[in-house]
Design a protein around this ligand. Structure first.
Ligand SMILES: [Zn+2]
Length: 616
């Protein structure tokens, strides 16, 4: 029986073993199911509402209340400030202006919190399904990417003011503004029906894309292609608002001709007549211009800024380079395409003004010639390609120093030139059938409208599609490479040629100097020049030239008297030490770039030129 018993026990053991194996395999099989069932619990987004108040403008403190109502509120909820704002590619650490942070549940009971990173406030919610965070943001810097509150107005950049809940950037939110006194509120966000000064953003990319101006602003509205447009202007100045509106409408019409639609319900121009610069948004722009800078040519220069920021609503906001949207607000967003996002926009800035009849063909060519001259003055063009300059914007473009002239190139300036050359090349290669307009239109239709971002390879491919030829050589040399641009090879196709200056060589030092607090100081030294090769340094204080007391005018007049290879004796303070440097001057033909028409034009050259400038 023992045997039998043994057999019985054995079979029980076998059964148990098989059963446990079955259980394991079925458990393994079941596991993913259980997991799926768990993730199938539909994530419910939080309801997020901000209130922005400004009860004491003179303190420069914007008061923010952030209410988060959430059935799935984590025990530890993280509230985060962006570290940058799109369009301005520098980590700006907006969290540094946050103060007086506190948080409660819906009943006003204080909750504990702690900072867990430079821009993250972690709240112990203790099971609360609604939390109310309050904080102030010091706002005393007027730029298009920061905040300012004073007794004149409040301008705020939402990425620099409003926090987001970790992983909830796709969540909608509302912003209620409590203006100071009789101030009015303007923003590109749609307002919430029936609620005063309350606006809605469908997600945080839209929220962070919509600056606010709150003041007793002047305004003017106009309609283009059936869509309402509005300027709100804070600050007086020598502008003519009617004229600005009329000319802006022309720029909008020309942009409409390129793309065939105006992809917004309405568009807002926020103008402050202090500071400088502009920042693009989906259906608005923030512009800053010196209050007395509208007279004479100033009006047209201001329209250049308008055209630039307005054109961006397609190029960069909708026609998006690979990494630029949806955005990561806590880190650098790297792209090699800022030379298109900014460069092509700078190119179209002039194109739109010219097509709108706000500048002449000669003005346009004059501007191009000065741009060429500017680039040819920069030794950094041999150090950094357009793609490299784009990629390194975060550490270079916004952090210029005395060596920038030697180690970088601007993706705006060279980007504008290379897009101009690309446009011209497409026109030539396609025999006038296509242009960069077709590239923009294609990117808008086939990428933007289909929800896709484009890559560097796409930009080349679409350009080649329009040219009907390979542009590999062009992109390899001028976009990915650092080769000298051959302007005339392209200009000649239009019956134009570049003249860079004439006459004999004059003496050239190669240092940029200026009188700073009464001291003649070296500001930058260009690589390859006499000053660079013979040891003059940025920061050197020049006290005497050839034994005579120096100032800027005197130094320039002495150099003008000299000839190439003549010597000049500079007495300088380097740090605190007095020394003498003798420099053998270099030479150059003073640059005076002009684009002129060639003689004896062929029919092709005439046709391309006339097409380019819209001459019938
Ligand atoms: Zn721009």
């Amino acid at each position: 029986m023992r045997k039998a018993i043994n057999i019985k026990i054995f079979s029980i053991l076998i059964f148990a073993l098989i059963f446990s194996m079955y259980q394991e395999t079925s458990a393994q099989r079941k596991k993913p199911n259980t997991k799926t069932q768990q993730t199938e619990v539909k994530p419910v987004p939080p309801e997020i509402g901000f209130t922005v108040s400004m009860s004491k403008p003179f303190t420069h403190l914007l008061e923010v209340e952030m209410r988060v109502k959430w059935t799935q509120m984590p025990e530890k909820t993280e509230l985060k400030m962006p570290v940058w704002t799109p369009g301005s590619y520098l980590i700006r650490e907006y969290a540094r202006h946050v103060q007086n942070f506190s948080v409660t549940d819906a009943n006003g009971t204080a909750l504990t919190w702690q900072k867990i990173s430079k821009n993250t406030w972690q709240v112990d919610t203790k099971g609360a399904k609604e939390i109310v965070a309050k904080y102030n943001v010091y706002a005393n810097e007027l730029t298009v990417r920061t905040n300012e509150l004073n007794d004149e107005h409040a301008f705020f950049t939402p990425a620099a003011l409003l926090m987001f809940v970790k992983d909830q950037l796709k969540t909608a939110s509302t912003v209620k503004v409590n203006p100071y006194g009789n101030w009015k509120v303007a923003t590109g966000l749609p307002s919430v029906d029936g609620q005063t000064n309350t606006f809605r953003a469908e997600n945080f990319d839209v929220l962070y894309d919509s600056p606010f101006e709150v003041s007793d602003f002047k305004e003017i509205s106009f309609t283009v292609q059936g869509k309402p447009h509005r300027y709100v202007v804070t600050g007086d100045g020598n502008y003519n608002l009617e004229k600005i509106a009329k000319d802006t409408a022309k720029i909008i019409e020309e942009s409409y001709k390129i793309f065939g639609d105006l992809p917004y319900e309405n568009y807002l121009f926020i103008l402050n007549t202090r500071g400088g610069g502009g920042l693009e948004h989906l259906n608005s722009t923030a512009l800053q211009w010196n209050k007395y800078g509208f007279a004479g040519g100033g009006h047209t220069r201001f329209l250049g800024l308008v055209a630039h920021e307005y054109f961006h609503l397609w190029n960069v906001k909708r026609i998006r380079p690979d990494a630029l949207g949806p955005f990561d607000y806590e880190n650098e967003n790297y792209t090699k395409l800022l030379w298109v996002a900014e460069g092509a926009t700078s190119f179209y800035e002039g194109v739109l003004l010219q097509r709108a009849g706000l500048i002449t063909a000669n003005d346009a060519l004059g501007t191009r010639a000065s741009a060429f001259q500017g680039l040819q003055n920069i030794p950094g063009r041999f150090e950094t390609s357009l793609e490299e300059a784009s990629f390194d914007a975060w550490i270079k473009y916004y952090r210029q120093d005395e060596n920038s002239v030697n180690n970088q190139v601007s993706y705006y300036d060279k980007g504008e030139i290379v897009n101009f050359l690309l446009d011209a090349k497409i026109r030539m290669d396609s025999n006038g059938a296509k242009s960069l307009d077709d590239v923009m239109r294609y990117l808008y239709a086939e990428f933007s409208k289909k929800g896709k971002n484009y890559t560097p390879a796409d930009y080349q491919k679409v350009s080649e599609m329009m040219a009907g030829k390979s542009l590999e050589d062009f992109f390899a040399k001028y976009v990915r490479g650092r080769e000298e641009l051959d302007y005339n090879s392209i200009l000649n196709g239009f019956g134009l040629k570049l003249e860079t200056g004439s006459g004999s060589q004059t003496a050239y030092l190669g240092a940029t100097t200026a009188d700073v607090n009464g001291k003649l100081t070296v500001r930058a030294v260009a690589a390859g020049t006499a000053a660079y090769e013979q040891g003059l340094n940025t920061g050197d204080e020049i006290v005497a030239v050839d034994g005579l007391r120096a100032n800027q005018a005197f130094l320039q007049s002495i150099i003008a008297e000299k000839r190439p290879n003549d010597k000049i004796k500079l007495t300088i303070f380097r740090f605190d030490e007095l020394r003498e440097i003798e420099i053998t001057l270099g030479g150059r033909i003073p640059p005076n770039y002009k684009i002129v028409r060639m003689d004896n034009l062929t029919e092709d050259q005439k046709r391309l030129y006339n097409q380019y400038f819209g001459i019938q």
